[in-house]
Design a protein around this ligand. Structure first.
Ligand code: GLP
Length: 247
């Protein structure tokens, strides 16, 4: 696993945005692999990345015509148009500002009548695109990736997960109050993330310092699900100086 330390969250974001730009520009579509397939996170950490990707696009430097995306997770019970849904977040911060074909944008449906079927179909759709090339992720303060809370199976696939009290409290900053935060979410599994050809995590801020320590300096543990990246042959963590306080 590579660890790259940048001064602050904006420089960490810039490193990843430039990396993705190079990968997207260097992608050569073929009849069997017409799209570079990205896994994408929500949260505050990836915002500097999305801002720059939009800027590159607006400056005419980057096209997303040959990009397909799969988001990591979505709250159960929130409609696509709900301002706190991840669907809304992704469109506001990225998809509405770039030239991606919206048929290639995939986000779990938090209002699906059958969550199990929705999750199984998501896995099948990923497969139909030939798998995920680069899975970009953030990390929770308890070391979760996507919504794979402590105790998740490291072989897990896309499924419905109950959120921990800690995650609900931490994520309540995006809502008007804590009672509005859904208690369950649909999320890709740790196994789904590990299947990607490459995984990149952005980890910024002092609140993530303990989780970063657990992720890279202790053993692989289902109690700190990001530590599963130790088993991936091409994983990279980009962090800022605040996040390395416990290393
Ligand atoms: C949520 C998301 C995760 C994200 C995490 C960290 O729990 N499900 O995918 O990585 O928040 O968010 P932030 O970047 O705001 O700290």
């Amino acid at each position: 696993m590579r660890l790259i330390i940048k001064k602050d969250k904006n420089q960490a974001g810039e490193y990843i945005a430039k990396y993705l730009k190079d990968r997207i520009k260097g992608f050569v579509p073929t009849p069997t692999r017409p799209y570079l397939v990205l896994g994408l996170p929500t949260g505050s950490s990836p915002l500097p990345i999305y801002k720059l990707l939009v800027e590159y696009h607006k400056a005419g430097e980057l096209s997303f015509k040959h990009v397909a995306t799969f988001n990591m997770d979505e709250y159960l019970g929130l409609d696509k148009k709900h301002p706190f849904s991840y669907h809304y977040f992704m469109h506001e911060n990225l998809f509405n500002h770039i030239d991606i074909d919206h048929r290639n944008v995939h986000i779990l449906n938090g209002m699906a009548s059958d969550a199990t079927v929705e999750c199984e179909n998501y896995e099948k759709t990923i497969e139909s695109y030939g798998g995920i090339d680069i899975f970009l992720g953030g990390m929770g303060v308890d070391g979760h990736i996507a919504f794979n809370e402590p105790g998740s199976s490291l072989a897990s696939r896309t499924r419905l997960k109950s959120l921990t009290r800690e995650t609900i409290l931490v994520n309540s900053r995006f809502f008007d109050n804590v009672s509005q935060v859904p208690t369950q979410a649909l999320t890709v599994g740790v196994g789904t993330i590990l299947d990607a050809r490459e995984v990149i995590l952005i980890v910024t801020g002092h609140s993530k310092a303990m989780a970063l320590y657990k992720t890279i300096e202790e053993g692989v543990s289902h109690m700190w699900t990001a530590s599963a990246l130790q088993m991936h042959k091409r994983a990279m963590i980009i962090c800022d100086e605040e996040a390395i306080d416990e290393l």
